[in-house]
Design a protein around this ligand. Structure first.
Ligand code: 6GU
Length: 238
């Protein structure tokens, strides 16, 4: 059975979205991974199919009902992988987490709307809360697609290279080096000589040096972690 994403959402029509194109989409077509959606509204039981209600204690907005969301989560229990709830209060998603998720048999991604989901569903299900960054989205669907894009490209065979994840041994540790293609001169700007030299080892060294420069100047947080990893032999996470 291929790696399978099961998305629990009020907007199943938002999937696969951009994931249906290019790399991830080719992977879908080749059955290297699967995408399933569970429409949360399908678990509403009353005649109006209501999925939300006003918050106890008052205040703005609506909260997703525990009976409805709970039934959807239960229905996902036979699908492979941990349950992940996309929420701005979750642990911040990063490349290390993407690599962990790619090692699972799949992922069940719970997308909230409105002010969020009744807390008891999250407690009872043991969902892992994951955020994609410090800003507020109006729902988890876009975040789920961000997570899926990052994970799926790591699956064996999805990137043309079986080694997976590109040729940068420092992916996720350093920012990318600059890229160039033809023409070798454009608007009076030339491509760095070393890249035209055919000396693969010098190219490799140049790229690493550029990646290090850029990381040091733009992201001192990543730079210090990188230095620490080199110093200690390189195997701790953030
Ligand atoms: Cl995972 N969900 C929502 N709704 N907003 C977010 C987020 C997730 N990550 C950052 N902002």
């Amino acid at each position: 059975q291929p790696w399978t994403a099961t998305v629990l959402t009020l907007f199943p029509e938002a999937f696969p979205g951009l994931l249906g194109s290019s790399l991830a989409g080719k992977g879908l077509e080749r059955d290297l991974w699967r995408l399933e959606t569970l429409d949360i509204r399908g678990f509403a039981r009353d005649k109006h199919r209501s999925v939300d209600d006003t918050p106890f204690g008052g205040g703005a907005g609506m909260v997703m009902r525990p009976d409805v969301v709970g039934a959807a989560v239960e229905a996902s229990a036979e699908s492979p992988g941990p349950l992940v709830y996309l929420s701005p209060r979750g642990r911040t998603f990063d490349q290390a987490m993407a690599r962990e998720f790619a090692e699972e048999p799949g992922l069940r991604l719970l997308c909230g709307r409105y002010e969020g989901i009744d807390e008891r569903v999250l407690e009872a299900s043991g969902a892992r809360e994951v955020s994609i960054g410090d800003y507020v989205l109006s729902g988890g669907e876009v975040a789920a697609q961000v997570v899926l894009d990052a994970v799926v490209r790591l699956l064996p065979g999805v990137m043309g290279n079986e080694a997976s994840g590109g040729d940068e041994s420092f992916e996720g540790d350093l920012l990318e080096y600059p890229h160039y293609t033809r023409p070798a001169e454009w608007q009076g700007r030339s491509v760095p000589e070393v890249l035209l030299s055919g000396h693969h080892e010098r190219v490799r060294q140049w790229r690493r040096a550029r990646a290090e420069d850029i990381t040091e100047r733009r992201r001192p947080d990543l730079w210090h972690r990188y230095l620490e990893r080199r110093r200690t032999g390189g195997n701790e996470e953030g």
